[in-house]
Design a protein around this ligand. Structure first.
Ligand code: WQD
Length: 348
């Protein structure tokens, strides 16, 4: 019997790539998305990639009536939960909206899962739960340290799931702490598609490469790192998606919870990223050193042994592939938009 997965936030950046990976792994998938942070034609593009219609419920994870109807109409075997707010700076400006969507949304989803006797969930967590880590690479045993409301919501989510699984062993959760997702699907039909000025490094560099931004602002070159700029553990979004499939399979097969980092164990500085993207797009990209961004940490880098031991996960794609896939995606997106075609032509 084919198992059916509910993918909340499945039209988003990581969610859409996970949709493709789940379908490739033979799962049936239902997407719940309110399109607050996703283009409306993502489902159309997912149909182009997978060759199959997308089963979509449009709405918020906060809409309990919609969730109840979804679980009534569709037999769900497990949930992969992406639907959340994820911008650190925005979380400082509007913490209550973050607590509501990320925490109340999670609790409501769990309650509807309980009512439908669904007890398997993969949770989208973040390296942000480490705050400023004492050691890098940072192991999963490092303590929670929240530095902003967004990080607090991820810590709270982890604590809720841990307490629930402890109180009732019928629950099993896969908690995945992402480091820095980057890159795009090989089809160039889906990728990171920020609706306003990108907060994150790679989509901003991509817009510089496209000539949409005059230069990159490098937020500080006086960090205790090899070249003074911030170091992050960038992981290809397709590796990340495949990590979710392995987490889900482990939950369904063992009924045991797990918590792992999803990273590569290799950090790259901002200037290394600029050089790599310059190589991918074929021209030296302009940048200016400016002041540090408040709240930034010098280095985030994952230990990767636990994901390998528990899930058999290992990132396969390198920085050059992240940059090349991002560059192909942003060019294809610009061409499709210029032609007034929200969906690029079928990739036959
Ligand atoms: C990476 C590096 C910046 C932009 C964020 C979220 C985190 C997680 C991943 C959800 C840093 C530098 C960036 C720019 C720059 N998201 N930078 N100029 O801050 O590590 O993490 O994304 O889970 O919660 O906080 O990623 O891409 O913003 O920054 O110099 O225009 O690039 O200082 O060193 P970050 P980022």
């Amino acid at each position: 019997m084919t198992q059916t997965i509910l993918l909340t936030g499945g039209a988003g950046y990581i969610g859409s790539h996970t949709y493709v990976a789940l379908k490739a792994a033979g799962f049936e998938v239902v997407i719940l998305d309110d399109f607050s942070n996703a283009a409306r034609d993502v489902p159309d593009r997912l149909e182009l990639i997978t060759g199959a219609p997308v089963r979509l419920y449009e709405g918020s994870v906060l809409d309990r009536g919609l969730l109840a109807r979804l679980f009534t109409e569709t037999r769900i075997d497990a949930v992969v939960h992406f639907a959340a707010r994820k911008a650190v700076g925005e979380s400082v400006a509007m913490p209550l909206a973050y607590f509501e969507t990320n925490c109340t949304g999670l609790v409501g989803l769990l309650q509807e899962m309980e009512a439908a006797c669904v007890h398997r969930l993969v949770f989208s967590s973040s390296a942000t739960v480490y705050g400023i880590p004492d050691v890098t690479p940072t192991p999963e045993t490092a303590p929670h340290r929240h530095m902003n409301p967004y990080g607090l919501t991820k810590i709270t989510g982890e604590l809720i799931l841990d307490a629930l699984a402890t109180s009732d062993p019928k629950w099993a959760f896969g908690t995945l702490r992402y480091f820095n997702p980057a890159g795009a699907h090989g089809s160039a039909l889906i990728g990171e598609d920020p609706s306003d000025i990108p907060n994150n490094l790679m989509p901003y560099i991509a817009q510089v490469a496209m000539g949409q931004r005059p230069h990159l602002q490098v937020f500080g070159d006086d960090y205790p790192t090899p070249d003074g700029t911030g170091v992050r553990d960038y992981i290809h979004v397709e590796d990340l998606a495949e990590g979710h499939v392995l987490s889900l399979k482990s939950l369904l097969e063992t009924g045991e919870s797990h918590l792992v980092n999803l990273g590569t164990g290799r950090g790259y500085s901002v200037l290394e990223m600029v050089a790599a993207y310059s190589a991918a797009c074929g021209r030296a990209l302009p940048y200016r050193i400016v002041d540090r961004r408040p709240g930034d940490v010098p280095i985030y880098c994952a230990t990767v042994e636990r994901a390998r031991a528990l899930l058999g996960f290992e990132a396969k794609r390198d920085l050059a592939q992240m940059c090349a896939s991002s560059w192909a995606w942003i060019q294809a997106r610009a061409q499709a938009n210029a032609a007034g075609r929200p969906t690029p032509p079928r990739q036959d």
